[in-house]
Structure formats: C-alpha cells, structure tokens
Ligand binder design. Structure first.
Ligand code: ZN
Length: 523
C-alpha cells in the first residue's frame, strides 16, 4: 500500500462502524481513509512525506452532518439584529434603536429571532412599538420560527399595505380589532408582500455572508450541510465559493418545489454533482410553525381554539407536486409540523409510492413535530426519514401549551421513532436554532421536556453522522470511519459517550477535517 499523506495517532476514535467501534489511529491518502486501527497497525503507512497529527488521547468522530440548514439565512443573521433570547418588547426596541444609529436612511433594518412567548408584555410586538425606535427607516423583524414577521409603519407604507389590503392565500395580515389598521404582524405568505420589496444585498456581500456561515459551520464540527436554498442565486454562490476554494464543507442542496418544472425540463434529479456539491431534495413547505400557530393541526390549538393552523397548499396541489417530483426521481423533503399536515403528507407519499413504486426513495419529512403512534408506524412502513431538529425541544418550551397535554406526549418523540426503526437524522434549522450539532445532541439525550423520549448518545451521534449520510444517499462514502470512505473527521475536547449528558453542548471542537484537509484547527 502507498504511504499515507496524513496520519492521526494516539487518539480515541469513535468510528460509528459497528464492525470495529474504536480505534487509535487513522491513515488518510488524498481524500480517503486508507487504514484505521491501533497505532501499530497504522504506523507502517508513515513515511517521511506523511504529516502526523498526535491527538494525545483526544476524541475523534466522523464529521457531523446537519440535514436542515438555511445557510444564507444563517449568513444574513450574522449581519442583522439577533433577537434570540430577548425578554421584552422594550429590550427589542432598545436593540433596534442601536441599529438605527448605524444605518443609512435608505436602507432596511433586518432582524431575526424574537419570540413573544418570552416577552414580559406577553403579546406580539406591533408596528407602533417599532416606530418608536425607527420612525424613518424600514424595519422587518422575523419571529424565531421565520414564519411571522413584524414590520414598522414605514415598511408597510412602502409595501402599500393598508387597512384595505386583503390577506393573500396561505397568509395573514393582522389587523387591529378596533380600527382595522394593520398591526405590522404578517404571517406566512403575507410576508412576501414585504420581502419582495426589500432591496437585495449585492452579490458580493451575499457571497461573503454565505462564506462566513460555512466557516462557522465548519468551526462547529460540521463537514457537511443539507443547504436549503431560497433562490437560484444561492446555487450560483455555492459554485463560486467552490471555485474560489471558500467552501470548507460538503453541500447537499435542497431546492424549493417552485423550481421543480425547470429541473425536470433540464433532466436533473437527486444525486447530480459530486462529493462536494450535490443536488439533493425537492423541498416542499406544507405548513407553518407551532410557535406561530400556523402548523396545521387536526384539532384546534389548545391555547387558541379559534385556529387549527394552515396548510400552504391545497390537497390537489400537494398531491400533484409530490407525485411529479417522485416520478422525476427526486428525493422529497417535506416540511410538516402539525399532525394534520403529517397525515396528509403521508397520504400523498403513500399514494405516490403505490402508483410509482421506487425501492430506494429515501423521502424525508422535515421536522415531523406532532406525531402519534399511527403516524410513526406509517413512517416506518413507508420507509421515510424523519429529519428532526432536537434543539427545538429546548426552544419550544411552550409547545405543550399549544397542543395540550394529550398531544404534547407526541411532540418530537425521538425515542419512539428510533424504537419503531424509523431512520432519524439530526439538523439545526439554523438560524432558527444554533448551528452547533453538539447542542442538538445534548438536547436529544438530556431533554427535560418529555424525558421518556430521550435517545442514547450513540443514537444521537448516528443522527448527525451515518444516518445523515444515509439521508443524502451517501452512507457508502461517509458518515463512519471505514477504509475507502471520505476522510471527514472532527476532533473533540471530550468524549460525548462518557461526559455528563448536560455537558455535551460544552464539548469543544478542536479540529475539523474534510476530505483529508484540515479546515479548522485549534488543536
Ligand atoms: Zn427550516
């Protein structure tokens, strides 16, 4: 065998490979693992051209893969007001005021992350709250879920939203019950009225934001992301970043269903690309969020019985999109949070699979938040992937209020999914939640809400490694330490399998290696 380019020795390697779960050393040639085992087994591959990294007992795992990230949103969030953790409208106003002072009059101020459940005022913010801080510069602040925003009067004026404006289908413009004036709260599709008039950042700035987001992801130990794009510009940005050597991790692209026709006409489908950049799923947004009470439930919301949430497509339209994408050899990733949506999506997928059987479809339900025993069984029967975001359990501490105690038993039931044999993968939904996969792993194994649904650390690690690789049809080339697989690895300060469960999120990433190349290093 040829000598290795890079050898890691003296490590404590968690391989996620059941045939040989532990190792001390790994040898890498080009971008692949060519040997692993004890130090003595790997040493013969070292010659004078081999770079050696002495791990001094540190932990190595396969690189983490996040199966649900909005990289451009993450990049943007790094340059806009971060309102996560803000505890009052007053504090939100203060942060906004600071931003006003450094913003030119003709710009828009963007922000993200507020959650009215945290506010001591216990209500939604309004345009009038924002006007106090920013009377002249347009402001759009998205709720933490991304499905609702609040805008100020200036923004409403520019978008020409008045008391006469009707809510678009699949969206809502909140109006004051007395005066009929829009309150500044826009839900789901109504947000487009504003989003479409916000001047786009120039491409250079946008690229920089995406590059920064990718760097942050690599720093967090991610060697791959399933990147949900909003617009074709992002595909172009991904290619340019790659050409400029600024893409530090692997990208599996999730494309909104509105582009399905173009893709089909071009003859593209899931899997096109290479190990660095690949076309992934068609993404369908079937409903909203629990936080915004726009996720479609079978029964009304417990804390607001006037609504059951909303589906974003008619039944016919959803069925048509699912069968078309499925027929065209696309993998589907369908955002479904409410139990009504999950059921409707299962029906659509079941119908598509019976009309056009396909063994290895790996269709996914994104979030799969409110389930029950029957939907879990059906997910297994249809061989679907549950692409879940464990950190929601921490942030959505109010979820039980939304759905009441009976349904709350089946909100994010990770262990039940795993025990049923459903393939579960881990994601962040960043910028909704922090990018750090170790936060997600901790949330999955040490959740305080519904502790009976905790999974083991081994299960949680699988969600972010080998299972995530499966979710992009790449479990044969990554996701575990095996000879011939891509050398995607992460070096950690502590062992997640032995550290106290509530300390996992505090484990530091010391090094990230993608295809044998060190992309982050503080070892
Ligand atoms: Zn998302």
């Amino acid at each position: 065998m040829k000598p290795a380019d890079l050898v890691l020795i003296n490590g404590n390697i968690i391989t996620m490979n059941p045939k040989q779960p532990h190792a001390q050393a790994i040898a890498i040639k080009y971008d692949r693992i060519i040997e692993f085992g004890t130090n003595d087994e790997v040493k013969p591959l070292i010659n004078r051209n081999t770079k050696i990294i002495d791990l001094k007992g540190k932990i190595v795992t396969p690189g983490f893969i996040d199966t649900h990230v909005h990289i451009s949103g993450f990049g943007r969030s790094l340059t806009t007001i971060d309102l996560r953790g803000v505890n009052s409208i007053e504090e939100m106003q203060r942060k906004l005021k600071e931003q006003v002072q450094k913003t030119a009059k003709d710009r828009w101020i963007l922000g993200h992350g507020w959650d009215q459940e945290r506010f001591k005022e216990k209500r939604y913010p309004t345009r009038w709250d924002l006007d106090e801080s920013s009377p002249n510069i347009s402001v759009t602040l998205r709720r933490v879920c991304g499905h609702i925003c609040v805008v100020n009067s200036k923004a409403l004026e520019l978008a020409n939203i008045t008391r006469e404006t009707k809510s678009p289908s699949g969206g809502g413009i909140d109006k004051d019950t007395k005066t009929g004036e829009p309150t500044g709260i826009l839900r789901e599709n109504a947000m487009d009225l504003i989003l479409k008039i916000i001047p786009k950042p120039d491409e250079k700035k946008f690229m920089k934001a995406c590059a920064l987001a990718c760097q942050k992801a690599a720093k967090a130990g991610l060697t791959g992301v399933h990147w949900i794009i909003d617009s074709p510009t992002e595909i172009s940005v991904i290619q340019k970043l790659r050409a400029q050597n600024e893409l530090p991790l692997r990208v599996y692209i999730l494309i909104p269903v509105e582009f399905l026709d173009y893709l089909i006409r071009l003859g593209l489908h899931t899997g096109f690309g290479d190990n660095l950049v690949r076309i992934g799923c068609i993404k369908i947004l079937a409903d909203g969020s629990l936080g915004a009470r726009t996720a479609a439930l079978k029964e009304p919301y417990s804390d607001y019985p006037k609504t059951k949430g909303m589906m974003l497509y008619t039944l016919e339209e959803l069925n048509r999109l699912v069968i078309e994408a499925h027929k065209a050899d696309f993998q589907l990733a369908i955002h479904a949070i409410g139990d009504r949506t999950v059921e409707i999506v299962l029906n659509a997928l079941e119908e598509a699979l019976s009309r056009v059987p396909r063994e290895n479809h790996r269709h996914r339900i994104e979030h799969a938040s409110v389930l029950n025993e029957e939907t879990i069984r059906r997910m297994k029967r249809l061989n679907l992937i549950a692409s879940v975001q464990p950190h929601f359990v921490v942030s959505d501490f109010w979820a039980a209020d939304r759905v009441g105690p009976e349904r709350a038993r089946w909100v994010y039931p990770f262990k039940s999914l795993v025990e049923e044999g459903v393939m579960v993968t881990g994601g962040s939904d960043c910028p909704v939640e922090p990018i750090n996969p170790l936060f997600g792993i901790q949330a999955a194994v040490a959740r305080e809400i519904l502790p009976e649904e905790r999974v083991t650390v081994g299960d949680a690690l699988r969600m972010y490694t080998i299972n995530a690789a499966y979710a992009s049809f790449e479990d044969d080339i990554k996701g575990s330490v095996e000879v011939g697989k891509l050398a995607d690895l992460v070096v950690l300060s502590k062992n997640p399998l032995t550290v106290e469960l509530d300390r996992i999120g505090g484990i530091e990433v010391k090094m990230t290696i993608v295809g044998g190349k060190v992309v982050y290093d503080v070892l």
